[in-house]
Ligand binder design. Structure first.
Ligand code: ADP
Ligand code: MG
Length: 405
């Protein structure tokens, strides 16, 4: 059998069944390069949440257990344009070392002589983390010479960065041309769970969607509607649907350019559950007075900034009756304290549900994490944009290159 190929994953999962995984992947004595997603939020030199770092640990441990000589980690952080000290991965090496309970060596370059030497000199069982890939513009250009330079750091390649797999970048796509390649445990789990949500959710299936832009999320809303028993929509996402139904929303954020498409594709669907009341204010910063009102009573100078208590209760009731729940997107301007009540209420409802719950989104996962509810969520996706693209049915370039057809 060709190395790392044709490993069956799970029979009924369509594309997941052809994904090359690390089961049967030869790693004995090899330096295995692992693309991870350590794109965490760092505020004032502190890692705000280490959830993505923790998520990479099972693959690192498995590769070591299977005799990898060294595990060589590559990641991006943020969107630097050249070197930026505040986006160095150095503090992440320290955090990973603590979580793993063993040393992690940080290497200040991810390509070039210094990087090659560090990888060649790695001692048996070493874990190395190389500097931010995006300090090199060639990474995002999927430059073949850069991909080949990265490939020189190892003998085999594993992609465990689901959150970066919607990008055709050198460390995700280009590198697979140079090394035997497979999907890590986290990537496989993401594909399995999200394929289930997308293709054959347990029923009753309830989805809760919020956040900012309906232009991003309309493909998923439209895809979910025929499969759900209810689709609860909050946040600014709901505003555009409500306006399409003729409700006056004052100064609230609405995507007017989307009104026609929203009307045509989803606005009249009886399975949509939309806000019936709201938390409103003239001041979206949260500094001014705030009031609750019925959704039809928003004044012309007010913004809808959260779902109201009646809506929270209706959404929670729908969630409660489900066997599978999917949630993406805050219910309001939840990063501002006076407007996070609705989002917290959804986090509790999802955590308390008897259902298998799947929660994801760049802005969404922090709420269950901050509330200490992560253990009561079936699966927290590490993907933001990648998860949304996967659920809307788009092939992700970083996954496509790991599929044997
Ligand atoms: P995710 O990254 O989890 O998919 P989004 O990026 O779509 O979520 O949405 C998060 C953003 O949506 C936040 O910045 C939040 O402030 C904004 N948002 C949600 N509801 C509202 C609202 N009613 N008014 C203004 N902004 C909102
Ligand atoms: Mg976001």
């Amino acid at each position: 059998m060709e190395e790392g190929r044709n490993v069956a994953l799970c029979d009924d999962l369509g594309m997941a069944s052809a994904l090359r995984t690390i089961d049967g992947f030869s790693c004995e004595g090899k330096r295995v390069l692992v693309r991870v997603d350590f794109n965490v939020t760092i505020e004032r030199e502190r890692i705000v949440d280490d959830f993505r770092i923790r998520a990479a640990i099972p693959t690192i441990r498995e590769l070591k257990r299977r005799g990898a000589k060294a595990v060589v980690l590559l990641s991006h952080l943020g969107r630097p344009d050249g070197y930026r000290e505040d986006l160095s991965l150095r503090p992440i090496a320290a955090t990973l070392s603590e979580l793993l309970g063993e040393p992690v060596s940080f290497v200040e370059e991810c390509v070039g002589a210094k990087a090659r030497m560090a990888s060649a000199a790695a001692s048996e069982g070493a874990v190395l983390l190389f500097e931010n890939l995006r300090f090199h513009p060639e990474e995002e250009r999927n430059d073949p010479a850069f991909a080949s330079a990265l490939a020189e750091l190892g003998d085999a390649f594993v992609n465990d960065a689901f959150g970066a797999s919607h990008r055709a970048h050198a460390s995700v796509v280009g590198i697979t041309a140079f090394l035997p390649s497979a999907a890590g445990k986290l990537l496989v789990r993401e594909v399995e769970v999200l394929t289930k949500v997308r293709e054959h959710p347990d029923t009753p299936f309830v989805a809760v969607m919020g956040g900012a832009k309906i232009s991003d999320k309309l493909p998923i809303l439209a895809r979910f509607l025929p499969r759900v028993s209810a689709l609860c929509v909050g946040g600014a996402l709901a505003n555009t649907i409500l306006k399409a139904r003729g409700v006056s929303l004052g100064a609230s954020l609405v995507e007017d350019a989307m009104l026609e498409e929203v009307s045509e594709r989803i606005a009249d669907d009886p399975k949509l559950l939309l806000p019936s009341d709201a938390v409103v204010s003239q001041d979206p910063t949260g500094a001014g007075p705030v009031r609750m009102c019925d959704i039809t009573e928003v004044r012309s100078d007010e913004f809808i900034l959260d779902i109201g208590p009646k809506t929270r209760a209706r959404f929670a009731e729908a969630i409660n009756g489900a066997r599978m729940v999917f949630w993406n997107g805050p219910m309001g301007r939840a990063e501002v304290a006076p407007f996070r009540g609705g989002t917290d209420a959804i986090a509790f409802a999802v955590a308390n549900a008897q259902a298998f719950s799947v929660v994801g989104g760049g802005d969404t996962t922090r709420y269950p994490l901050e509330l200490g509810l992560a253990d009561r969520i079936g699966f927290l996706s590490t993907g933001g944009g990648a998860m949304l693209e996967f659920l809307s049915g788009k092939p992700l370039p970083g996954i496509e290159v790991l599929i044997s057809r």
